[in-house]
Design a protein around this ligand. Structure first.
Ligand code: HEC
Length: 446
C-alpha cells in the first residue's frame, strides 16, 4: 500500500527509480519465484489459463497485462474481503509481491541472470492424492468447437455395497483445457434428483430438483488450480451411504476445435472411525427472490436457522448467476449478537470456495443470513437482458442466490435437520428482494 502511494506521488518518483536501479528487479531472481508459487498451477500448457507463464519467453509479452491484472486484484482469482475472516486456502498475492512485479514491468521487464533463477517446478500430471476408489464417467462427453455449452449432468452408477466414510476427494478432468469447473454429487437412495436418468447420458436440465435436504452432497469439485479437497477437520469425514449413485455436474467451455472429456473422481477412505460428519448444504437460499429490471444494485436476503445441536461452519461457496455481484454470510446468534462471517465479490466465471482457517461454532437456533447484490443494469456486460425482471431458476438467464456451506456435526445427526428455512425465506414473493429491511435483525425469527 505504502509503496503504491509513493509511486503514484509524482514528486517521489525519482527516489523510487534510483532505488529500483541500484537493486534492479529481474525475472530470474525476483519474478519467477512469485509466478511459480502463485500462477503456474493454471498458467502452463494444457491448463485452463489462456497463456503459459513458465519461462521468460512466455511471460515477457504479458508484463503489462500482468501488472494490470495484479493491481486490479483480478489475478490470482480470489475475491474474499481481506478484512473479514481467515481462510486456509487464501490465494491472494502479498502486497510486496505485487509491487515486485509492478517494478519489474515498469523497468522494461529485464530477464536478469540465469544463475539467479530457481529450478523449474515439476508438475504432477497424476493424482494429488492416492485414491482408494475411483469413479469415472462411463463414456466420453463430446465438447463442441464453439458457442456456449450449458451445464451437463451425468448420472453414474455407484455399486456402493456399504456405508463409506471419505476423508479426501479429488476430481480430475479428462481434458483440463475444456473443463472450466465441475462437481461430483453423491445421490443417496431415496433422493429423487435425476432418478429417471439413464446412466452415462448427459442431460442439460429437467431431471427434477437437486436439494441437499434429500441428502445430495457435493463429494468432489474441480476448479482450475484447486487440487484435492480434505474433509478431515478435527477427525471429520464425508458419508457416502450404501447404495448411493453419483452425478457429475460439468461446465465446459469451447476451445475452437471439437474434442472430448471423460473426468473422474478419486476418493481416499477414512482410516479410522470419524469423529464427526462433514456435509455440504445449500445454505441460505433465496428461491423467492425478485430482481427488478434495470436495477444496478438489487439486494436479496435469505435465511436459515440451525437445527442441530453441535454444528460448526468450515467452508463457504456463494452461488449466483450472471448478474451476481457480491455475497455476505451473517450470523445472528441466539444471544442476539450479530457477526459477519464472510464477504466476497462474486464472479460467475470463478465458482470459488473459501475454507475457514478455524471452524466457527453455530449454536442451535443461530440464524444464518445470506445477503447478496445483483447488477441487472446495462452496465453489466454479462447481463443477458437488463429489461427483464428476474426470478429464481436454473438457467444462466435466471438467477440464484445461495451459499453452499460446509459444516461438521455429529455422525448420527440427520443432515435434513441441519437447517430449516426461516424469516424472510418463508415470505411470499414480492416485487423486489427480500431485503435487509424486511429482516428482524435482533428478535428471534419465530
Ligand atoms: C486458478 C487459476 C489461475 C491462477 C492461479 C492464475 N490465473 Fe491468471 N488467468 C487464469 C484464467 C482462466 C485466465 C483467463 C480468464 C480470465 O481472464 O479470467 C487468466 C487470465 C490472466 C491474465 C489476463 C490475460 C489477458 O487476456 O489479458 C493475466 C495477465 C494473468 N492471468 C496473470 C496471472 C498471474 C500473474 C497470476 C499469478 C500471480 C495468475 N494469473 C494466476 C487462471 C489463473
Amino acid at each position: 500500500m505504502k509503496i503504491s502511494r509513493l509511486i503514484s506521488a509524482g514528486c517521489l518518483t525519482a527516489t523510487v527509480a534510483v532505488a529500483a536501479s541500484s537493486v534492479p528487479v529481474t525475472f530470474d531472481k525476483d519474478v519467477l519465484p512469485i509466478l511459480q508459487s502463485n500462477c503456474q498451477s493454471c498458467h502452463r500448457p494444457g491448463e485452463v489459463a489462456p497463456m503459459s507463464l513458465l519461462t521468460y519467453q512466455d511471460a515477457r509479452p504479458w508484463a503489462k497485462a500482468i501488472k494490470t491484472a495484479l493491481l486490479n486484484h483480478q489475478m490470482p482469482p480470489w475475491f474474499a474481503d481481506p478484512k473479514i475472516g481467515h481462510f486456509a486456502n487464501d490465494r491472494a498475492l502479498k502486497e510486496a509481491d505485487i509491487q515486485t512485479i509492478v517494478a519489474w514491468a515498469d523497468n522494461g521487464a529485464p530477464k536478469g541472470n540465469p544463475a539467479d533463477a530457481p529450478p523449474p517446478l515439476k508438475f504432477e500430471d497424476g493424482w494429488n492424492l492416492q485414491p482408494d476408489l475411483v469413479i469415472e464417467m462411463p463414456r466420453d462427453f463430446a465438447v463442441k468447437a464453439t458457442g456456449t455449452i450449458n451445464y451437463q449432468y451425468i448420472r453414474v452408477k455407484g455399486n456402493i455395497a456399504r456405508d463409506l466414510w471419505v476423508s479426501e476427494a479429488e476430481m480430475r478432468p479428462g481434458n483440463p483445457a475444456v473443463l472450466h469447473h465441475g462437481k461430483v454429487w453423491v445421490v443417496p437412495p431415496g433422493s429423487h434428483w435425476m432418478e429417471d436418468a439413464e446412466y452415462g447420458v448427459a442431460y442439460e436440465a429437467g431431471m427434477g430438483r437437486n436439494t441437499t435436504e434429500e441428502g445430495n452432497d457435493i463429494l468432489g469439485k474441480f476448479n482450475p488450480g484447486l487440487g484435492a479437497q480434505t474433509f478431515e477437520v478435527n477427525g471429520s469425514a464425508k458419508l457416502v451411504p450404501k447404495g448411493s449413485d453419483f452425478v457429475f455436474e460439468m461446465h465446459y467451455t469451447a476451445t475452437g476445435k471439437p474434442t472430448t472429456d471423460r473426468s473422474k473422481l478419486g476418493l481416499v477412505l477414512a482410516k479410522t472411525a470419524p469423529a464427526s460428519r462433514y456435509f455440504l448444504s445449500a445454505g441460505p437460499t433465496a428461491s423467492n427472490l425478485v430482481i427488478p429490471a434495470g436495477d444496478g444494485n438489487a439486494e436479496v436476503v435469505s435465511e436459515v436457522t440451525v437445527g442441530l445441536p453441535d454444528a460448526k461452519l468450515v467452508y463457504a461457496q456463494p452461488h449466483m448467476h450472471l448478474r451476481g455481484k457480491d455475497f455476505e454470510l451473517r450470523a445472528i446468534y441466539p444471544t442476539g449478537e450479530t457477526e459477519t462471517l464472510f464477504k466476497a465479490k462474486f464472479d460467475f466465471n470463478w465458482q470459488l470456495g473459501y475454507q475457514f482457517a478455524k471452524p466457527i461454532p453455530l449454536p442451535q437456533g443461530t440464524r444464518l443470513l445470506g445477503i447478496s447484490h445483483f447488477d441487472n443494469s446495462v452496465n453489466n456486460r454479462f447481463n443477458p437482458d437488463p429489461s427483464q425482471e428476474v426470478r429464481w431458476g436454473p438457467q444462466n438467464w435466471d438467477e440464484m442466490s445461495n451459499c453452499f456451506v460446509g459444516l461438521v456435526f455429529g455422525v448420527d445427526d440427520d443432515p435434513a435437520r441441519l437447517f430449516y428455512r426461516s424469516g424472510v425465506s418463508l415470505q411470499p414473493r414480492g416485487t423486489a428482494g427480500p431485503k435487509l429491511v424486511d429482516v428482524q435483525l435482533t428478535a428471534a425469527a419465530h
